[in-house]
Design a protein around this ligand. Structure first.
Ligand SMILES: [Mn+2]
Length: 289
């Protein structure tokens, strides 16, 4: 596996901590964009997150540890030049399969949300009793969009063909998404989360033993995360998000994660820094709780 060195990798880790063979975590930059509809630029997301991560401190004050000490390998950027959408996702599936076979905790950095489709499909081959936790403003449950069932607006429709899921933070969707929902899955809307403090318990109760987390950054409020294609008002803030993630990592076996849909804004650092810290928090919760 080709991986990045200290100057380019996640957190700027020295070689001993960044080697593929020994690191339990693999950060995988997926600068993939094919079907983004409203505003483009998610292909620049992974590089922006990696650059910002070089400024993140190793010590996590909440965990009182340095989760980086266990080792984090950053793979070279996924390359699908010259491939159409379907072939690119097939190549991504092949590479994901190899990573899961090596028993790595894979944290993918998008790129547009369609990368989640092959990642979940491959994860489901390795882990029985798997469910997906989606944090997102959008349900992404369209059967097809702009002529493609692999569009980023169809991610969870494809996931639903693979395993059950729980979606939280929703505040922009289509009426049929509830009618067609699989009975073992759950949609939790942002307005419900405002009124009902038990939304977190309900989320945890609906998850299976093994969990794949897909985190669309538009889950956050646009005031702290403006660098997304569709910044929906009424989103979520840092500590309530961490409270949910901490519980999911503590109570479930989180087997892989992705953070998708960052669309960097030139001259604005705080969104990519937030994404980098979010990635490090997930690694900390995975190995430091
Ligand atoms: Mn979204």
């Amino acid at each position: 596996m080709q991986y990045l060195n200290q100057n380019e990798n996640f957190l700027g880790l020295v070689d001993e901590l960044a080697a593929f063979e020994t690191a339990p975590t693999v950060v995988w930059p997926l600068p993939y964009e094919a079907t983004t509809t409203y505003a483009t630029g998610t292909n620049a997301g992974p590089a922006a997150i990696l650059a910002a991560s070089q400024q993140v401190e190793f010590w996590d004050e909440e965990l009182d540890s340095e989760p980086s000490e266990k080792g984090i390998c950053t793979l070279a950027q996924f390359n699908c030049a010259g491939l159409n959408h379907e072939k690119a996702l097939n190549k991504l599936a092949d590479e994901a399969e190899r990573l899961f076979a090596e028993d790595k905790f894979v944290l993918s950095l998008g790129g547009e949300h369609s990368v989640t489709i092959p990642l979940v499909q491959q994860a489901a081959k390795y882990w029985q009793n798997l469910s997906v936790l989606q944090l997102d403003a959008h349900s992404d449950l369209r059967e097809s969009y702009e002529g493609s069932p692999l569009n980023h607006a169809c991610v969870m429709a494809r996931v639903a063909e693979t395993c059950p899921f729980v979606s939280v933070g929703l505040r922009s969707g289509i009426q049929s998404e509830r009618r067609n929902l699989r009975p073992d899955s759950r949609l939790i809307y942002a307005w419900q989360m405002q009124r009902d403090q038990s939304w977190m318990d309900k989320t945890l109760a609906a998850l299976a033993e093994n969990v794949y987390i897909t985190f669309d950054l538009d889950f956050f409020d646009p005031s702290i995360m403006p660098a997304v294609g569709t910044p929906e008002p009424g989103g979520f803030f840092w500590y309530e998000t961490l409270a949910l993630l901490r519980r999911v990592f503590a109570e479930c076996n989180v087997i892989a994660c992705d953070i998708v849909e960052l669309k960097p804004i030139a001259g604005l650092q705080h969104p990519e820094f937030l994404a980098a810290k979010l990635a490090y928090k997930m690694i900390g919760y995975k190995f430091g709780l």
